[in-house]
Design a protein. Structure first.
Length: 124
């Protein structure tokens, strides 16, 4: 019985994702992004909202700051909201990055203790 319990616990741990949610934030957006290098020292791509509480209220400035800080090592990202559906963005590139990246993360915003919190970054 103990062996079965440990096996089930181990299996559940594989699917559990650490969450560091900020209780001071009232809105969140799960986002997915993909980039490729443009040959001019930048990684450019698209980022879309996949779900979240009031996710469509995520301001572009907050989205780009979070993308830069959380996914691109604070190298700086800029972008624009296009077709009411996704951001087109470019981030300053590091030479040791792969030529193609994709990932996802959660951005919490409208926070009483700061502009945003991001967590659960996953690279694909």
């Amino acid at each position: 019985m103990l062996k079965q319990t440990l096996l089930v616990a181990a299996a559940l741990a594989l699917f559990a994702h650490p969450v560091a949610a900020n209780r001071h934030c009232s809105k969140n957006a799960w986002v997915a992004f993909h980039t490729s290098r443009n040959g001019r020292g930048q990684a450019c791509g698209q980022m879309s909202i996949t779900s979240g509480k009031s996710a469509n209220d995520l301001p572009t400035t907050t989205a780009m700051l979070a993308l830069s800080d959380c996914a691109y090592s604070r190298y700086g990202c800029t972008g624009t909201w296009e077709n009411n559906d996704h951001w087109e963005f470019c981030c300053n590139d590091k030479p040791d990055w792969k030529s193609y990246y994709s990932g996802s993360m959660n951005i919490e915003f409208n926070c009483s203790d700061g502009p945003y919190t991001c967590y659960d970054l996953k690279w694909n």
